[in-house]
Design a binder for this molecule. Sequence first.
Ligand SMILES: Cc1cc2nc3c(=O)[nH]c(=O)nc-3n(C[C@H](O)[C@H](O)[C@H](O)COP(=O)(O)OP(=O)(O)OC[C@H]3O[C@@H](n4cnc5c(N)ncnc54)[C@H](O)[C@@H]3O)c2cc1C
Length: 454
Amino acid sequence: MGRVGDERRLRVVVVGAGFGGLQLARALAGAPLEVLLVDRQNYHLFTPLLYQVASSLLNPSDIAFPVRAMFRDAPNVRYRQAEVTAVDLERRRLELGGGERLEYDYLVLATGSTTNYFGNASIEARALGLKNLPEALELRNHSLACLEAASHEPDAAERARLMTTVIVGGGPTGVEYAGALSELMALVLDGEYPIPRALGRIVLVEAQERLLAAFRPELGRYTEERLAAMGVEVKLGVRVTEAHDDHVLLSDGTRVESRTLVWSAGVRAADVEEPLPVPHARGGRLEVDAYLRVGGFAHAFAIGDLAGARDDGKELPMLSAPAMQQGRFVARYLRDVAAGRDPERRGPYRYQDKGIMAVIGRNAAVAELGGMTFTGFVGWAVWLLVHIYFLIGFRNRLAVLWTWWWNYVRRDRPVRIISSSPPPRLLEQERLRALVVSDTGPRSLRSATPPREP
Ligand SMILES: Cc1cc2nc3c(=O)[nH]c(=O)nc-3n(C[C@H](O)[C@H](O)[C@H](O)COP(=O)(O)OP(=O)(O)OC[C@H]3O[C@@H](n4cnc5c(N)ncnc54)[C@H](O)[C@@H]3O)c2cc1C
């Protein structure tokens, strides 16, 4: 294996081009290291705005950026589209889907997290997720197809079912999607569809006694009030226990007639297919030492959602900020290794908490920044600026700003397109499936009710 002074440069393999892996690779651009960035998708996804794709405001290309384009001017960083299926930490090599093996000198695992259904098979089979681009598109297609079907559905009970969305999880994703969906409904039901506004029902279910549990209690209460004013039914201290094709059962015994269940209630770390034989922390995260190294191996790191990193004994949240900071930390470590300096000279990783925020809707957001809290229009303006700042790519920033301005002035949600993503799950009716152009999308259907042959 290469050392400093060898002719061959050290080879760093980074798995995952999300927030952590991308920051790391960018910080290693121009370093005397060979960097290979492996990701199964060829784009970096800006997840904080994913709900705006699902709610017909933004286009997928506004929040996704091709990885190769980012490293056009960095000859020492290469990209490879592949799924990593196994890692051999002893032999320092990893396996790709298809069986090919890659050797490394240093490995950084940044595979993020995946949806956690907490073992509830009925929910896993029927719920729509909001974790990646195909899921956001599937949700957009599904809700638009429900509207189309409801517009000519003769049966009143079925029309109500089609018009009811149950969202599980009162964290930022659930809150943001609930607010955005309510704005979409207000727009299209007042003019485009012959459906009374009151029929568009959005039920937000949260197991804890408050929304936005990671925020200060008063911000959770503010969010609840704002959502209620927007027509969202907030149910606190309640869990979804069972999901069926046409209804959802709640832990308080309520039965909600609905054809749309959106799950944003939990995530767990995304290990590779063959889980690493190292200690795991809560939520399947890999235990790491103070320098983010995994399982006592000096040449392997884990960062971001995958890493169970701690600061002052407190486990860090699954957010983009720790992932990006950890990416930069490991990049400095590796630059030191390449330069023959002691990589531990700067001391262990420390998290700098810059704050948290969530948007509820037009002129309404909550933010905790530097010990201060913001709500209403100010919170909303802060949220806007921060998200534009962190969005990657000038074109994307411009496109998102333009769309936001257009939406603000015209109250328009321009991407009301039922595209060729997978047909809507949950919808076993022929007429609903017929509304979707084709089913050539990348995700497989997991519905308990498989589509019938035409
Ligand atoms: C809808 C949504 C909204 C969010 N909103 C916010 C927000 O407002 N603010 C905030 O701070 N955080 C937010 N988050 C959380 C944030 O997205 C994560 O904390 C962050 O993405 C973690 O970064 P990461 O680098 O660990 O993983 P990710 O960014 O998830 O990247 C992981 C990458 O690894 C790739 N990958 C995974 N497994 C493999 C494999 N086996 N082989 C090859 N490639 C693989 C994936 O394709 C992906 O590109 C949100 C998340 C979601 C889903």
